[in-house]
Design a protein around this ligand. Structure first.
Ligand code: FAD
Length: 443
């Protein structure tokens, strides 16, 4: 006899565990089926491990500048073995914390590979306990995505590596080719270049970081070039010419294995969903990388919550408007809303405000003077987008998101007090600049 639940969630990454937790909070009896470790790509192979690595390389770089701060720290070295051990410990801790939250919400974690055999019925296969089935009226699919190889060039874990493979590399690399200048490729370029590896990025499109404001891309290219990163754009990577290890970061493909029996309507390679995260089949929802136009953990969290609330009788919708994103270069990038180019292409008359971090007292004091904040607003002053390269950009973008989501105007941002001296003053100053009322730079 199979176990019965109100909701079965297939996949324990950000989309799946957020859905499970929200459904449990609303009183559902929930099973969370996961074939691997809890936390999905984000905790195990994505957001958290990459940032744990970059934390080490950034500190290493900063120590390299110690003399400017009156500190002598000669002959500093970085031990990749210790860096990977620390990364693994960070991941381990994050998974343990998450599992406590999941269990305290009285969610049953079922370990094994799930296969939907018919609507509402999932067969689970695990090495320890063999096959079993679980049933529920509602299914939330959250099986995520996996690295896409280059056509005709499978990952071999030796010369042609995926982002999963390189995360545990303990061998210092003299050189690394990275195919793909998107966010994931740039994260690894940042890490390896900072620890002394000669990195070449190969991007087939005319520019790296598609979708990022052109001015910010220009700034980040300058930063990367200073780290001796070779950026080749508009050229196809030729595998036969690769000399050492090559990291392939050309996108990710949704994981459809285990859900084929449902014959769901597709949207290209993803499961098609409506704005309530419902699929073409009643009582079946899909969230996160499996069904998303933006493969981001915070998108997956929100989609999971929306699906869970709707599954429990709610009426929530998900929108792709104004989703912020963070890129952990050094300095960081944070962006939300329309770029200048997008606003112009949408036929808007726009106002632009800019402020360089070098003009902030805190930047001078801390020695973080690189970068700028750029605000895009429409003619009436409504803020459409904010684009930042600079210290703590990934945190600063939160205030910008709040402003845009609530339809704030330049005046409201300009007249909001910011503590002095802080990087947040830059946001206020960028709004003042758009209004031709700058205090610390000339208009
Ligand atoms: P996943 O996290 O992929 O989880 C899906 C889960 O389902 C997996 O645990 C898988 O084992 C399980 N599963 C699949 N099939 C089955 C089955 N049949 N039975 C049981 N279990 C199954 N996003 C950000 O927002 N910020 C970042 O800084 C960021 N950095 C990233 C860096 C890298 C290197 C990578 C690769 C990704 C990064 N991402 C980042 C993207 C982010 O990790 C994903 O968008 C997010 O993890 C998607 O969540 P998900 O729940 O949809 O899928």
């Amino acid at each position: 006899m199979s176990d019965k639940f109100d909701i079965i969630v297939l996949g324990g990454g950000p989309g799946g565990y957020a859905a499970a937790i929200r459904a449990a909070q609303l009183g559902a009896r929930v099973a969370l089926v996961e074939k691997d470790r809890t936390g999905g790509t984000c905790l195990n192979r994505g957001c958290i491990p990459t940032k744990a690595l970059i934390a080490c390389s950034s500190l290493y770089e900063r120590i390299g500048n110690a003399r400017k701060f009156g500190i002598s720290a000669e002959n500093t070295t970085i031990d990749l073995n210790a860096v990977i051990d620390r990364k693994n410990a960070v991941v381990e801790k994050a998974i343990k914390n998450l599992e406590v939250v999941i269990r305290n919400n009285k969610i049953e974690i079922i370990r094994g590979t799930g296969k939907v055999i018919e609507p509402g019925k999932v067969e689970i296969e695990s090495v320890e306990s063999g096959k079993s089935t679980v049933e529920s009226r509602i299914l939330i699919l959250a099986t995520g995505s996996s690295p896409a190889p280059l056509p005709g060039l499978p990952f071999d874990r030796d010369r042609f590596l995926s982002s999963d493979d390189i995360l545990d590399n303990r061998t210092p690399l003299e050189r690394l080719d990275i195919v793909g200048g998107g966010v994931i490729g740039i994260h690894f370029a940042q890490f390896y270049a900072s620890i002394g590896c000669k990195v070449t990025i190969h991007e087939a499109l005319p520019e790296i970081l598609p979708g990022v404001d052109e001015e910010i891309v220009g700034l980040v290219k300058r930063v990367l070039k200073r780290k001796d990163v070779n950026i080749l754009t508009g050229t196809r990577f030729e595998p036969s010419k690769a000399e050492g290890e090559t990291l392939i970061c050309v996108g990710r493909v949704p994981n459809l294995s285990g859900i084929e029996a449902l014959s769901l309507k597709m949207d290209k390679r993803s499961v098609a969903v409506n704005d309530k995260m419902g699929t073409s089949m009643k009582h079946v929802y899909a969230v996160g990388d499996l069904a998303s136009k933006k493969m981001l953990a915070h998108v997956a969290f929100e989609q999971g919550v929306v699906a869970a609330e709707n599954a429990m009788g709610g009426n929530r919708t998900f929108s792709y408007d104004n989703i912020p994103f963070a890129i952990y270069t050094s300095p960081e990038i944070g962006c939300v809303g329309m770029t200048e180019k997008e606003a112009l292409a949408a036929g808007k008359s726009i106002k632009i405000g800019k402020f360089p971090f070098a003009a902030l007292g805190i930047s001078q004091a801390v020695g973080e003077i690189e970068g700028k904040i750029k605000v895009v607003a429409d003619e009436a002053g409504t803020i459409l987008g904010v684009h930042i390269l600079g210290p703590e950009a990934t945190t600063l973008i939160g205030s910008a998101t709040l402003a845009i989501k609530n339809g704030l105007k330049l005046e409201q941002l300009a007249e909001t007090f910011e503590a002095h001296p802080t990087y947040s003053e830059g946001l206020q100053e960028a709004a003042l600049n758009a209004l031709k009322r700058s205090l610390h730079i000339l208009n």
